[in-house]
Structures are given as structure tokens and as C-alpha cells.
Design a protein around this ligand. Structure first.
Ligand code: CP
Length: 294
């Protein structure tokens, strides 16, 4: 693959190769790409993904260009294709893109650019966030060894979540037993997803509990936060003692998870996820820079 667009397009072998490379970077592998040039094009807000990619690029000795949408010529009516084409002519060849638009990278990769380019999906609409799913998978196997036959419970706003969709695709591919728990207004038809509306029933025997943020910015109509908190918030009372607690971030304290749990030892995995994101992104960039493919 010249581009990273969706988890669904990665083979199991490609996923394992990325994980092995991430492990190597985490244990001190060194690479240096001073002649590589990559742009961060974030059309939606981000903290973890954006800084994690920037940090990964800097650790790889590559050159990073942060695209400032508000100051770019897109505000003068230039189409994204033309913007990228001109940037490729200038010498940038890797584009890390976060966008609201579904399937943007699938569309871009079909076009002919002035010079060869690589695209990496840094979160697309509500459909895909492949590097998040890879870093979540890396974090789970670091803690549990494997996801095969492990019960992974995804809690919250599944409907608007690209993280949920990419995680379901990856976890099912690797043999996990995935259960989603959400009120009806946060449920959506996702292939292979089984819903258990009652949170306590869903959490029985959970190996991993993955919470999601309520995506207020994508809601079609207002929901009752109090009702959500009453029925779906993870707390000391309902979180299984040995379960791995995860959240892709940003966390809304006391909405998805109580503050005391976030600050407890079980809450530390959330920071492991952020830490591992750098190594996953180094692994992906290293493959693109070295081999021209993932
Ligand atoms: N998990 C995640 O994508 O976080 P950001 O929106 O801060 O990048």
C-alpha cells in the first residue's frame, strides 16, 4: 500500500509488520530521513494525533510542515487537489490528513499528481481512524499479549465514532470478541457489531473496556447528558477490577469516566495509548520513507 487509508485495506501481515516495527522503535531503533518532507494537514481539531505525528517525524529526522488552513490559499478558493499538487511540486511528498469528509484519501489516491505522493489518514469523518486503531491494538497486546478471544467492550457514542469503526475492523480481524454498549441514539449498524444495551451486562467478563467521547459536534439532536452519565459512565462501581481501561481521547472527565478512575492506576492505560501512538506513527512513516509502501 502506497497510502494508509483504512484498516480494512491492511492485511494481517501488514498489521503485524507495523506492530513489530513500533516495538523496535519503542525499544530504541534509530532511523534518519533528513531528505523526507511531510505535511500535517488538519482540517479538524486535534491534539494527540497531530503532535504524535509531528513528534514521530522529528524523531525520524524528517522535515515537518504544518499546514495552516486559515492562512492557506484554500481560503481563496483553491481546491485541495491543486494545493497538494503544488506542494508536491515544491518538494513535499507525504501528506497526513485529518478531515470531516468521508473517503477523501480514497478519492485523492486515484488522482495523478505532479510528483509521487503518499497519503496517511489521520482521522476521516466518522468512518475511519486507522492509526488510532493500530495504537490501541499495540497497547492491548502489550498488556494482554493478544486480542484473540478477548472480550473488548466499546462503550458510548459508537454512531459518530471513527475510532469505534476502525477498532471494530481491526479487532475482529485479529479474533477479538467485540461487544458495544450504547443507548439507542448512539447505536449504528456496523458490520460484525453486537450491541448489549445494558452496560453492567456488557461489562461482565470484559478484558478491555474502551470508552468513547460523546461527539457533541456531530450530534444531529441534543441528548440528555445526565441520562448518559447515569447509564453509561464508567466508575469504580462498574469497572471490572482486572479490565484494561482505554479511551482514545480527548476525555471529558466525569462524563465518560469518573475523574477518580482516570487518575487511578487503571486510568494510566489512556496515557500508554498516547505514548504508543508515536511509535505506531514512526513505524508507518519509516515504512513509507524506506520502502515507499506500508
Ligand atoms: N484520539 C484522537 O484522535 O485525539 P485527537 O483528536 O486529539 O487527535
Amino acid at each position: 500500500m502506497k497510502h494508509l487509508d483504512k484498516i480494512e485495506n491492511l492485511t494481517k501481515e501488514e498489521i503485524q509488520n507495523i506492530i513489530e516495527a513500533a516495538k523496535s522503535f519503542k525499544t530504541g531503533k534509530y532511523a534518519n530521513y533528513p531528505t523526507r518532507h511531510a505535511a500535517l494537514m488538519f482540517f479538524e481539531n486535534s491534539t494527540r494525533t497531530r503532535f504524535s505525528f509531528e513528534c514521530a517525524l522529528k524523531r525520524l529526522g524528517a522535515n515537518v510542515y504544518v499546514f495552516d488552513t486559515a492562512k492557506s490559499s484554500i481560503t481563496k478558493g483553491e481546491e485541495l487537489f491543486d494545493t497538494i499538487n503544488n506542494m508536491s511540486a515544491i518538494g513535499i511528498n507525504t501528506f497526513i490528513i485529518r478531515t470531516r469528509e468521508e473517503n477523501l484519501i480514497e478519492k485523492l489516491k486515484e488522482k495523478n499528481f505532479y510528483k509521487p505522493v503518499h497519503f496517511i489518514n489521520a482521522g476521516e469523518g466518522k468512518s475511519s481512524h486507522p492509526t488510532q486503531a493500530l495504537l490501541d491494538y499495540f497497547t492491548i497486546i502489550e498488556h494482554l499479549g493478544s486480542v484473540k478471544n478477548k472480550k473488548v467492550v466499546i462503550v458510548g457514542d459508537i454512531k459518530h465514532s471513527r475510532v469505534a469503526r476502525s477498532n471494530v475492523a481491526l479487532l475482529k480481524k485479529e479474533g477479538a470478541d467485540v461487544v458495544c454498549s450504547a443507548p439507542e441514539y448512539f447505536q449504528d449498524n456496523i458490520e460484525g457489531v453486537y450491541y448489549e444495551k445494558n452496560l453492567n451486562n456488557a461489562l461482565l467478563g470484559a478484558d478491555v473496556v474502551m470508552c468513547l467521547r460523546i461527539q457533541t459536534e456531530r450530534l444531529e439532536k441534543e441528548i440528555s447528558k445526565d441520562d448518559y452519565i447515569k447509564n453509561y459512565r464508567i466508575s469504580k462501581e462498574n469497572l471490572p477490577e482486572n479490565a484494561l481501561l482505554m479511551h482514545p481521547g480527548p476525555v471529558n472527565r466525569d462524563v465518560e469516566i469518573t475523574s477518580d478512575v482516570i487518575d487511578s492506576s487503571q486510568g494510566k492505560t489512556i496515557l500508554n495509548q498516547a505514548e504508543n501512538g508515536v511509535y505506531i506513527r514512526m513505524a508507518i512513516l519509516d515504512k513509507i520513507f524506506k520502502e515507499g509502501r506500508i
